[in-house]
Structure formats: structure tokens, C-alpha cells
Design a protein around this ligand. Structure first.
Ligand SMILES: Cc1cc2nc3c(=O)[nH]c(=O)nc-3n(C[C@H](O)[C@H](O)[C@H](O)COP(=O)(O)O)c2cc1C
Length: 302
């Protein structure tokens, strides 16, 4: 029997493949493309305490090996999510992971308090790549002490659900930041969020994105995130969810090889909406052919 399951805190995923936040809506948007019950988990678009309108268009630019987006974390806010989107997710068999963010520590805790009482939510993924408006706009996730405090306080609020912290790829000291999350009580880490970038049309003398600067996603991120996970894996034993540029089975296997326990697929969902379903089927076949019973055996030991 092939065991594809992954345990993150109290949450058990039947397989290690799930969507990356913000590229899969609230789940329902993809229901006609494949059976969502086959996913390892559904991960929602990032939620804030109040609805957010997002940034000026154009919001997405497609380059050759990357996408730049400046959606601006547009979302319907936690209350509307609970009343309008959760009823659909309740009927999906795989775990639901809610991604959220705040612009102050208090906002993170307020959302966590609301989510903690919803039985149908199995895990939370905390996006800490947001500016702390009270501290001059420095990202929460780049300040080791603050990251430890936020994680510790969220841990005391989120009692039974899996607590996953999603880190930014830009820190030069990702190991200390990961340790801060683990010591604060995180059950898992997602690595990583988008990387800031810019794209111009020098011929037309225009910026390609309304906000000028946006987040790079897609294949360009893969070597960066493989390196980050490889380095962090040596110092952390909590589950790592790898994300960045995964668009086929080989990409996912590369992430497992360097130490990821599960993976998320983001940008690739836009061009191939059933890509995760394909990867799950191919992963099962691959393990069968290779006579490997457990995905942990896919890791390189060096
Ligand atoms: C259009 C778009 C919206 C995103 N929205 C969010 C979000 O709301 N919260 C979050 O934590 N990450 C968000 N991300 C980042 C992705 O979850 C993921 O970390 C990143 O895109 C790298 O994965 P990929 O290369 O497979 O796309 C977004 C990415 C894209 C492209």
C-alpha cells in the first residue's frame, strides 16, 4: 500500500498536493475542472478582517518564465467568507486551510479568534509577508522577535487546528526565522511567498503593472525555494510545504527531494486548472513503478 499521507499538527492530508493561496479562489471556482475531494487540502485566498478592494489594474503580467501580480490581497473579508464560502467548503472531504493576513498584530489575532471556533476549518496558514503599519511598514515575517511573538500568540489562540506560517523568500537569515516559528509553536512552514519584482515595456515606455511593483511567481522561483528548503530542513523538523514554480510531477519530486513534506501549486493552476489532479495521479503511478511506499523515501540524504 502506497502511503501518500502527510500529518501537519493534528491535520492529516491524504496526499501532499494542495493549491497555493490566491491562485485557487475559495475552492468553488475550480469545482468544474476536477473532483476537489482528491486534493490533499484546499487552501483559500488570503483573508483579512475587513474586505479589501485590491490594487489598480493591470494586476497581472505574464512574462516568459514568470508572472508578476499585484492583486493587492483583494478579498471579501472574514465575515463574508464564513457566510458565503464556507458552506461549500464544508462539503469537501479534504481538509480546509484558511490563509489570512493583517496589517497589525491585533488584526492577526482577531481573525485567528474567529477561525478557532469553526470546526470545519482544519488548519490556518498565516501570511506574514505584509507590512506592519505601526512599525514603518517592515514585513512582520522579517523580524525574528516579532515573528516568534506572533506565532506564540497565534498558537495560544488556535488550539486544535494546524498552525502553518508562510514565509517570505527575501530574508538573508531564513534559518533563524524558521526557528522562530518552530519555537513559537508552528506546526508547519510554507516556503515561500512571491518575490518582489517589476516589469516594464520600454518600447511603449510603460510599466506592465498598475502598481508598478508586484510579486514574482512561477518557474523562476523554483531554484530559490529549493535552496531555502534545503537549508532550513537541516535545522527544522516540522513539516515544510514547498511552493514556487511547480507545474508538473518532476517539479514536485524536486521539492520532496530537498526536504519538503508537501507542496502547493500556484501559477500553474491558471493555465492548467486540473494540474493538481494530474500531479496526484502521476505521483501515485511513479511511486508504484519505483516500488516506493512512502513519500518520505523521496528525500535525498546528504
Ligand atoms: C495571483 C496571485 C495571488 C496570490 N495571493 C496570495 C494570497 O492571498 N496569500 C498568500 O499567502 N499568497 C498569495 N500568493 C502567493 C502564492 O500563494 C505562492 O506563494 C506563489 O505564487 C508561488 O507559487 P507559484 O510559483 O506556484 O505561483 C499569490 C500568488 C498569485 C500569483
Amino acid at each position: 500500500m502506497i502511503d501518500l499521507s502527510v500529518k501537519i499538527g493534528n491535520m492529516i492530508l491524504n496526499n501532499p498536493i494542495m493549491p497555493a493561496s490566491g491562485t485557487f479562489g475559495y475552492g468553488e471556482e475550480y469545482k468544474d475542472f476536477f473532483d476537489l475531494n482528491t486534493l490533499g487540502a484546499v487552501v483559500t485566498k488570503g483573508l483579512s478582517i475587513d474586505p479589501k478592494a485590491g490594487n489598480l489594474p493591470p494586476r497581472i503580467y505574464e512574462g516568459e518564465r514568470f508572472l508578476i501580480n499585484s492583486i493587492g490581497l483583494e478579498n471579501i473579508g472574514i465575515e463574508r467568507f464564513i457566510s458565503e464560502k464556507l458552506p461549500f467548503l464544508k462539503n469537501i472531504k479534504c481538509p480546509t486551510i484558511v490563509n489570512f493576513f493583517g496589517n497589525s498584530e491585533e488584526q492577526y489575532y482577531k481573525i485567528a479568534e474567529k477561525l478557532n471556533f469553526i470546526d470545519e476549518i482544519d488548519g490556518v496558514e498565516v501570511n506574514v509577508s505584509c507590512p506592519n503599519v505601526k512599525k514603518g511598514g517592515i514585513e512582520f515575517g522579517l523580524d525574528e522577535k516579532l515573528l516568534f511573538n506572533i506565532t506564540k500568540n497565534l498558537r495560544s489562540i488556535i488550539e486544535k487546528k494546524a498552525l502553518i506560517v508562510k514565509l517570505s523568500p527575501i530574508s538573508s537569515d531564513i534559518i533563524s526565522l524558521s526557528k522562530a516559528c518552530q519555537e513559537g509553536g508552528a506546526d508547519g512552514l510554507t516556503m515561500s511567498n512571491t518575490l518582489k519584482g517589476l516589469s516594464v515595456d520600454s518600447d511603449k515606455m510603460l510599466f506592465n503593472i498598475g502598481n508598478k511593483i508586484g510579486g514574482i511567481s512561477g518557474p523562476l522561483l523554483k531554484p530559490l525555494n529549493l535552496r531555502i528548503i534545503y537549508e532550513v530542513r537541516k535545522f527544522t523538523d516540522i513539516p515544510i510545504i514547498g511552493v514556487g514554480g511547480i507545474s508538473n510531477l518532476k517539479d514536485a519530486l524536486d521539492y520532496f527531494a530537498v526536504g519538503a513534506d508537501a507542496v502547493q501549486v500556484g501559477t500553474a493552476n491558471f493555465s492548467t486548472p486540473d494540474i493538481m489532479h494530474q500531479i496526484i495521479c502521476q505521483l501515485k503511478d511513479y511511486l508504484q513503478i519505483k516500488k516506493i511506499n512512502n513519500i518520505r523515501e523521496l528525500r535525498i540524504h546528504d
